[in-house]
Design a protein around this ligand. Structure first.
Ligand code: JD8
Length: 293
């Protein structure tokens, strides 16, 4: 997968040089290129913002600069706009480092990226959307700052690209960079071969499957007793059935406690007799399927 990021703070993306994503880049599974938006601002102050039409606080990011930047990146199927700032901020693309693999080979000629614009007013970023985006060969993230990006930019590219305005959660950030770091990791770890054992994405919380809509339960490792705190005996029993049952019970308890809206949305057809008995004990009622949200 090729992943381009345009921002006025490219240094925010140094974390993409390390850990899972860093290794995926070294292996050529992921081709991350970070671009300095100001490279497409041609005045002496490299201005990227201006006052909002209609008045109000703050500044808005100028459409012309974004237009030039996005045109340059999407036009660069050949890879010569290799992200002109060092690391993930180093600019060298998989190509430059000769790591061209089927995954990172420049997207199909004529292939265009899917444009992802983080904004607090966007559609929720979920595990399901992460899985959808992980299927894309090329993603382009546009990081806004100030009060946001002039809305005509998304309008302009909606005619040519798949454009998604996405929010990572109901709280206000100062810009899109942190949101892109969150999405890059959530998507990157789903790419083939990125996670050591693929099993772990199968059991991901929020992902379609047996633990869908259930949050993770508690986890333990050695020593069996720490400061007088014992590991639950069932986990030391070696009885896989009992362990699986205990883990599901703990996931249900924690979901009812911390995410009742998720627990309420549990699919009754995916609940077995034991699940229903536990939910009764927790006096928790799951919404019947035919009852609309
Ligand atoms: C992009 C500018 C700041 C937002 C005035 C504060 C995502 N879940 C999320 N919360 N906040 C963002 C986000 C915030 C951004 C930008 C994403 C670009 N800002 C603005 C509007 C109010 N300031 C986000 N994803």
């Amino acid at each position: 997968m090729r992943l381009d990021i345009i921002s006025i703070f490219p240094e925010y993306f140094a974390p993409l040089d390390v850990s899972l994503i860093g290794k995926a880049r070294e292996r050529g599974t992921l081709d991350v290129r970070v671009h300095q938006l100001r490279d497409w601002a041609h005045d002496v102050h490299r201005t990227v913002d201006d006052t909002p039409y209609g008045g109000g606080p703050g500044m808005v990011m100028k459409p012309e600069v974004w237009g030039e930047a996005i045109d340059a990146v999407i036009g660069d199927v050949g890879g010569d706009v290799g992200g002109d700032v060092g690391g993930a901020v180093g600019g060298a693309s998989a190509e430059d480092e000769g790591h061209v693999t089927p995954q990172t080979a420049a997207p199909r000629a004529g292939g265009l990226p899917r444009l992802i614009v983080p904004t607090p007013s966007g559609r929720p970023f979920t595990q399901e959307l992460a899985q959808e985006l992980a299927q894309e060969p090329w993603l382009l993230f546009a990081c806004g700052r100030y009060e946001g990006i002039d809305s005509r930019v998304m309008e302009e590219y909606s005619g040519r690209l798949r454009v998604d305005e996405v929010s990572i959660g109901d709280y206000v950030l100062a810009g899109g960079e942190v949101a892109v770091l969150v999405m890059a990791e959530a998507i990157g770890r789903l790419l083939p071969g990125v996670l050591g054992n693929a099993q772990s994405v199968v059991d991901d919380s929020f992902a379609p499957g047996s633990m869908e809509n259930l949050v993770e339960g508690p986890v333990y490792t050695k020593p069996p007793v720490w400061r007088g705190h014992e590991v639950p005996a069932v986990l030391l029993s070696g009885h896989h059935g009992n362990v699986a049952r205990w883990r599901r019970d703990e996931a249900i308890r924690r979901t009812v406690r911390n995410r009742p809206e998720l627990a309420a949305a549990l699919d009754p057809e995916k609940l077995d007799k034991h699940d229903r008995k536990l939910l009764d004990e927790l006096s928790f009622r799951v919404r019947r399927k035919d009852v609309a949200n």
